[in-house]
Design a protein around this ligand. Structure first.
Ligand code: AQP
Length: 333
């Protein structure tokens, strides 16, 4: 079986350190060992209101960010989800095989819809079925995502299993989650109990991949810690969510072993550690930011990457849809 990766990010604003450490950095690490499809999930983005002009620009910028982070356009297919209509087509078929009870358990809908559940769109509720379609359409064997997407991935596995059992054939590949690295769930810099997110109202809660060096340094300086000193071992991290988060970010970006960090900073005040963390963030993010800016001036090049990626993705998508439609008994002359 072809080892194939599918993953994607919503073009809902500036990508941040959570998107990088939870997803893109791991895509880069895996890309040589797999056939890769990386989409920009613009159909997911419209589950909440978007400005059309901003959305399409944000889609291009997300493509530029994938490239700037080190995804190879020669090897991987990079494309907007909406360019391959089969995502929506498969989603409908899968929706007809997904019990409502499964969707009612999804925590992301509850978090995003909040108290205004009746005002939320059907699209937001059905989001995890579209995500299942994204993955199953390409018979992806592995899906590298952050910890926050684990529940949706389990749902995708359940839907594939239910579909295969219903039609008594192994048509849809059951994907494996790949949740990797030292920072699988990057938390807000202002509140260690909520995840770093594009939609957080506080800009200081996240580090964008387009932040200037100075913005990065200021955000790290102001990141919440506590009145204690830097921990000397893992026991001293108990209940210190913000400290754990900064440590995880440092480990993921520097590649330094955790014991070395405890030995160097343990018992010292946070400002020393924060200076080092800011340096590591600037070293990692600075070149990405510069490359995003350069690529955004090359719109024709970005559009050519999108066209090439879409064409490759379509071939795989159409193969799966042909089999799925035949299996379900839908016309496909
Ligand atoms: N804080 C995070 N830590 C680790 N991984 C994260 N990811 C997102 N936030 C973190 C991973 O990034 C990929 C795509 O995310 P997305 O932008 O499509 O959707 P999201 O998870 O809803 O991200 P945001 O920032 O919270 O977006 P908004 O605010 O628009 O909803 C996924 O692999 C995800 O795990």
């Amino acid at each position: 079986m072809t080892k194939r990766i599918l993953s994607g990010i919503q073009p809902t604003g500036n990508l941040h350190l959570g998107n990088y450490l939870g997803a893109i950095k791991n895509w880069v690490a895996l890309q040589n060992d797999y056939e890769c499809l990386f989409c920009v999930v613009d159909l997911h983005a419209i589950t909440v209101p978007q400005d059309p002009i901003h959305l399409i620009q944000s889609t291009r910028e997300t493509v530029a960010t994938y490239l700037a982070c080190g995804i190879s356009a020669d090897d991987a297919s990079i494309f907007p989800q909406s360019m391959v209509a089969e995502h929506s087509e498969l989603m409908w078929i899968l929706a007809c095989h997904t019990p409502l009870g499964w969707l009612n358990r999804m925590t992301q809908f509850k978090e995003k819809a909040g108290k205004q559940k009746d005002q939320a769109s059907m699209g937001l509720y059905a989001y995890p079925v579209l995500m299942a379609a994204d993955i199953l359409l390409y018979q992806a064997t592995d899906v590298p995502v952050g910890e926050d997407q684990k529940q949706h991935l389990e749902l995708a596995r359940d839907i594939a299993g239910a579909f295969n059992r219903h039609y008594k054939k192994d048509l849809l590949t059951i994907p494996e989650p790949r949740i990797m690295g030292a920072a699988t769930r990057v938390m807000s810099l202002r509140d260690g109990s909520s995840k770093m997110s594009k939609s957080d109202v506080s800009d200081a809660s996240r580090i964008h991949l387009k932040d200037s060096d100075d913005e990065i340094i200021q955000k790290i300086k102001k990141a919440r810690t506590d009145s204690g000193s830097f921990p000397s071992d893992s026991k001293e991290l108990d209940g210190r969510l913000e400290v754990q988060n900064l440590l995880n970010i440092y480990l993921a970006l520097s590649g330094v072993d955790v014991q070395t960090v405890y030995a160097e900073f343990g018992g010292r005040n946070f400002s020393d550690f924060k200076n080092h963390l800011a340096d590591v963030c600037v070293e990692n993010i600075g070149p990405i930011r510069e490359k995003i800016h350069r690529l955004m001036d090359e719109q024709q090049y970005l559009d050519s990457i999108i066209q090439k990626g879409t064409a490759k993705a379509k071939v795989l998508a159409q193969d799966t849809m042909r089999d799925v439609k035949k299996t379900v008994g839908l016309c496909n002359f």
